[in-house]
Structures are given as structure tokens and as C-alpha cells.
Design a protein around this ligand. Structure first.
Ligand SMILES: C[S@@+](CC[C@H](N)C(=O)[O-])C[C@H]1O[C@@H](n2cnc3c(N)ncnc32)[C@H](O)[C@@H]1O
Length: 316
């Protein structure tokens, strides 16, 4: 039987097929995780090539180093993909033939109460991929953000009861800091007892806080742009998302880039005049897992894969 606490890679076959790994190519698994599901599959197809595995989480990186770090074709770094460009420069890494970003959390991270990602078990309200890294924890945000900021944050991630839950948090923290996942989940449930559709009142609140603590949307935009810059012509970028806010960003951003627009992702109308496009969209329609994959792995049910290819600079 499948171990529920063991991460199973999502859309693995579809992604590896899209990368069409060359034996002497250079690839980056930008969210390799503890198990490096994509990095290992790429390694199987390499001869003289290289796979660079990144993860923001030092614990995941230590495990992965112990697993495949001894392979001379693998280079593993603790790094946020938002900083890829700087890492490539510092380490003198070669141009890339393909990049995979498989966003969010691994099953192991979610199941570990010390990390504070889940409302199903009690633990410190941390939620950072690099738990001791710079920047505020989820607890700092919950206890220090203004009520209006919390409301906006929860709305952005789709919580209909954002205002009530934000008010509930601000009332609760008057009698002491909210430091644990259990306490936050209790406050959320009390503030929005009528959450419909069987979804726990904490689901979107936890998602919003994790995204905020890790500045995920900002990292995603920077990471996609850096990956495209670092790729050789013909290089393929595959992005797997699990949330509509992430998928929406990837969709808008890659469409803009495919038109040659260099404006910020959130700018609605173009002011840059659209130059030569850097990329083309490989799949105009998003790729989702087959029914069989979802039946085997529930986590796959919300996954979406978008693929783009880097173009040559010369006009075609
Ligand atoms: C879904 S898991 C990856 C699982 C892996 N692809 C596999 O199949 O074995 C996502 C991983 O991305 C990492 N992560 C999330 N955001 C990141 C970022 N901005 N930069 C680097 N790693 C990130 C998380 O720490 C986590 O280990």
C-alpha cells in the first residue's frame, strides 16, 4: 500500500515527455524536494549531461544530497528559485535545456507538525519553506498585520468569509499571541462556522498565510522570468501548479511573454510596446492529470501543467 506520508510526484510522465531529455543536456529541477522525483527521472536519461536540483527547504536538500548528491551528474543547492539568476552567475552554471517547477508543498512537509503547514495537527505557526530563514513567520503575520491587510490577503486566496475571519483573529490576539496551528484553526472555525461545501474554515486561511510567509506569487514571477533567461534556445519550461492564483499568474505571464510583452505580470494593458517574443506556448490548453492518476494520488486532483519553449533571438 502507498504510504500516505510519502510524496508521490504529480504529472511526472507528462512533464518528462515534454522535456524530451537529451543525454548531454542540462536541466534544473527547481523544486526538487526531499525525494527529487523529477531530478531522478531526468538523471535516468542523462549520459554526460547535468541536473541541478534546487529547493528552498534545507531539510529537503540534506535528504536529497544524501540520496543523489554523490552522482557526478547532479548538483544540489538550497536555493529559492526566485534567486536562480544569481545562483547561476555565482556558481558558473551552464545554460539550461529544460526547467521543472512543481510548486507548493511535499506530502512530508505537510505531514510534519513542526513546520506548521497543516491545520490537521497542532504545531508552531511557522509555514516557511526555510523555517529559520529571513522574513516573518505565519505567526508574525497573524499577530502583526492590520485587520484590513488580513482581510485582503484571505480574499486574494478565495476565502469568502475573509472579513469575519480577519476580525476574529484580531479579537482573539487581544488576549495573547496566536502561536500555534491549533489555536488559529480554532479561531477560524469560530469566526466562520458556516463554511460551505465541507471545506474547513482554515483551508484557504492556511494557504494564504503560507503564500504570504514565502512571498510565493512574487517568487513565481521572478522564477519563471529567470528560468526563461537561463534557458538555451529550444529549452522547455514546465510549471505545475495546485492553486488557481498560481495557475492564473503562470497563464497570464507566459501569454504576455509569448507576445513579447515585458510589462509586470499584474499590469493589465501593455506599455512596453511588445518586442520580440522570448517564448512560445507549447500547450495552449492546460494539461491536467488523467483520472487514473487522480485515483492513485488524491493530491494530483488540482494539478495543472503549463509548458513553454524558449525561442531563438533571431527573427524567424
Ligand atoms: C511539490 S514539492 C516537490 C516534489 C518533487 N517535485 C517530487 O516530485 O519529488 C514542492 C517543493 O518545492 C519547494 N519550494 C516551494 N517554493 C519554492 C521556491 N520558491 N524555491 C525553491 N523551492 C521551493 C518546497 O520546499 C517543496 O519541497
Amino acid at each position: 500500500m502507498e504510504d500516505k506520508a510519502e510524496h508521490v510526484s504529480v504529472l511526472l510522465e507528462e512533464t518528462i515527455e515534454a522535456l524530451s531529455v537529451k543525454p548531454d543536456g542540462v536541466y534544473c529541477d527547481a523544486t526538487a524536494g526531499k525525494r527529487g522525483g523529477f531530478a531522478k527521472k531526468i538523471l535516468e536519461k542523462l549520459a554526460t549531461g547535468m541536473v541541478v536540483g534546487l529547493d528552498a527547504d534545507p531539510e529537503a536538500v540534506e535528504s536529497l544530497k544524501a540520496d543523489i548528491g554523490g552522482d557526478r551528474r547532479a548538483r544540489i543547492y538550497r536555493a529559492n528559485f526566485r534567486d536562480m539568476r544569481e545562483l547561476w552567475e555565482e556558481e558558473g552554471l551552464p545554460g539550461l535545456d529544460g526547467v521543472v517547477m512543481d510548486l507548493g508543498l511535499s506530502t512530508e512537509q505537510l505531514a510534519d507538525p513542526r513546520r506548521g503547514f497543516s491545520f490537521s495537527s497542532d504545531g508552531p505557526l511557522n509555514m516557511k519553506y526555510w523555517a529559520d530563514g529571513p522574513g516573518p513567520t505565519a505567526a508574525d503575520i497573524v499577530n502583526e498585520a492590520a485587520e484590513e491587510e488580513l482581510t485582503e490577503m484571505f480574499f486574494r486566496w478565495g476565502e469568502r468569509h475573509a472579513r469575519r475571519i480577519a476580525r476574529g483573529i484580531c479579537d482573539a490576539r487581544r488576549s495573547g499571541r496566536i502561536e500555534t496551528t491549533g489555536r488559529l484553526a480554532e479561531v477560524a472555525r469560530k469566526s466562520a462556522p458556516s463554511a460551505r461545501g465541507g471545506r474547513d474554515a482554515s483551508t484557504l486561511i492556511f494557504l494564504a498565510l503560507r503564500a504570504e510567509a514565502n512571498r510565493e506569487l512574487e517568487a513565481l514571477e521572478k522564477g519563471v522570468r529567470a528560468a526563461v533567461d537561463l534557458m538555451n534556445p529550444g529549452g522547455v519550461l514546465c510549471v505545475i501548479t495546485y492553486q488557481s492564483a498560481e495557475d492564473g499568474l503562470v497563464k497570464r505571464l507566459t501569454r504576455k511573454m509569448a507576445r513579447g510583452c515585458r510589462c509586470d505580470e499584474e499590469r493589465e494593458s501593455c506599455v512596453c510596446g511588445e518586442g520580440t517574443a522570448d517564448i512560445e506556448l507549447v500547450n495552449k490548453k492546460v494539461i491536467v492529470p488523467a483520472k487514473e492518476e487522480i485515483a492513485r494520488n488524491r493530491r494530483a486532483r488540482s494539478a495543472k501543467l503549463r509548458i513553454v519553449r524558449k525561442l531563438t533571438k533571431e527573427p524567424q
